[in-house]
Design a protein around this ligand. Structure first.
Ligand SMILES: Nc1nc2c(ncn2[C@@H]2O[C@H](COP(=O)(O)OP(=O)(O)O)[C@@H](O)[C@H]2O)c(=O)[nH]1
Ligand SMILES: [Mg+2]
Length: 212
């Protein structure tokens, strides 16, 4: 994973400009018109997705952070840039213990249909808690992305919560698994929404996806 200073700066500028919530889509018929490239964020509930979206965009209240996992079963769209440059999509979280069966089924249909049918979707960033690494619940979405042939990159979250040696180990193990997966980018990015680690690179990775 390496970006030039120019790429980092271009991404910083874009994310420092206008970012606005567009809409929530609980069903596919509510999707906004596909008029701009999209980069989607996926991850199990509580992985730190809302915090990361807030850190990326430097806006505290943009994506709601909460300790009540699994509430949102909808796709949330955010416009970046004016004129519109691209959209961020906050995908519904998965893998929380007490999810009723219907909710899991609804998640699966919504996400699968979105991944398969969304021509403007450039890439998905799949968030993995750096304390846990890739778990079985994560492999379902990774498999869906591989089958739908949507390119994706794995992003480790909450890197401030573990020791540097453990972070190096989980990074290595995660990259090893990513290399075996057909639609996965081989390099991963370790981030912390608290300390800011990896945030500038992640912005550049989003822009790289938009321009791919
Ligand atoms: N230490 C630390 N805590 C984090 C980080 N990101 C998120 N959290 C915490 O993890 C919990 C879940 O975060 P949230 O963004 O709501 O997760 P989401 O369910 O994936 O949207 C919250 O208590 C956050 O404050 C991080 O980078 N470092
Ligand atoms: Mg959230």
């Amino acid at each position: 994973m390496s970006f030039t200073d120019e790429e980092i700066e271009a991404a910083r500028k874009l994310f420092a400009g206008p970012v606005a919530f567009l809409k929530s889509a609980p069903k596919l018929e509510h999707l906004p018109a596909p008029v701009a490239p999209e980069v989607a964020f996926a991850g199990r509930s509580n992985v730190g997705k809302s915090s990361l979206l807030n850190a990326l965009t430097n806006r505290n209240g943009l994506a709601r952070t909460s300790n009540t996992p699994g509430r949102t079963q909808e796709l949330n769209f955010f416009d970046v840039g004016q004129p519109l440059a691209f959209r961020l999509v906050d995908m519904p979280g998965y893998g929380f213990a007490k999810a009723p069966k219907d909710m899991v089924r609804q998640w699966r249909y919504l996400v699968n249909d979105f991944l398969r049918g969304r021509d403007v979707l450039k890439r998905c960033l799949v968030l993995i808690d750096s304390r846990h690494g890739i778990k079985e619940v994560d492999r379902e979405i990774l498999g869906m992305l591989d089958k739908a042939a949507v390119s994706y990159r794995i992003v480790l979250t909450k890197a401030d919560k573990i020791k540097a040696t453990d972070l190096a180990a989980v990074t290595r193990a995660t990259e090893e698994e990513a290399r075996k997966r057909p639609a996965a980018h081989p390099d991963i990015i370790a981030t912390s929404s608290e300390g800011g680690m990896g945030i500038a690179e992640l912005r550049a990775a989003v822009l790289e996806a938009v321009n791919a």
